[in-house]
Ligand binder design. Structure first.
Ligand SMILES: [Fe+2]
Length: 177
């Protein structure tokens, strides 16, 4: 059950034919800011709904990371003279909400969706890691993004590990409804 086929963290630059480095960075900052904020939002809903104490603990750390990333990316975007513009489409919001904000869906189903999304973490993160490698001038944005990516590896690793543990039957009372 994937949200959509081959999703990546960022859909790539859209706009001018020959964007400058700064234009490419600002586009990424805005899109990534937007999706991180949305992730923090739906993880919050999931945490409220889950009765799995272990899961809730890890998700709280990840939600805070995502919220912090969103704030940092927005601050950098504004420092470069940009304004937040990207939004989550109603279709995507509905699709994600119908899973993560649903009390009918199990934690395992939610974990499984993320495990599919993160089947190939370097591929998932590639649009960001590629840009990080290409940035020549804006060192502040480059290292901001690089350290955010480091957080993402940690979050992805924990989520995939938790999925494996739950899939392999390490259950809690709350999971055995
Ligand atoms: Fe993220």
């Amino acid at each position: 059950m994937s949200l959509t086929p081959r999703r990546q963290v960022y859909g790539g630059y859209q706009g001018k034919e020959r964007p400058s480095e700064q234009e490419r960075i600002m586009h990424l900052l805005d899109e990534y800011r937007c999706s991180e904020g949305f992730v923090a939002e739906y993880l919050g809903r999931w945490i409220e709904l889950s009765g799995d104490e272990a899961l809730k603990g890890g998700l709280q750390t990840i939600r805070e990371r995502e919220a912090a990333h969103s704030r940092l990316l927005e601050a950098r975007l504004r420092a470069l003279g940009g304004e937040p513009q990207a939004t989550i489409s109603p279709e995507r919001r509905e699709q994600v909400w119908s899973l993560f904000a649903s009390a009918e869906k199990t934690d395992l189903e939610k974990l499984q969706t993320l495990a599919v999304l993160f089947a190939d973490p370097p591929d998932f993160m590639k649009p960001v890691t590629d840009l990080v490698e290409q940035i020549q001038e804006d060192q502040q944005s480059r290292e901001l993004l690089r350290t955010i990516v480091d957080d993402e590896w940690a979050s992805i690793g924990w989520l995939v590990g938790m999925h494996n543990r739950r899939k392999n039957g390490e259950t809690t009372l709350a999971n055995k409804k």
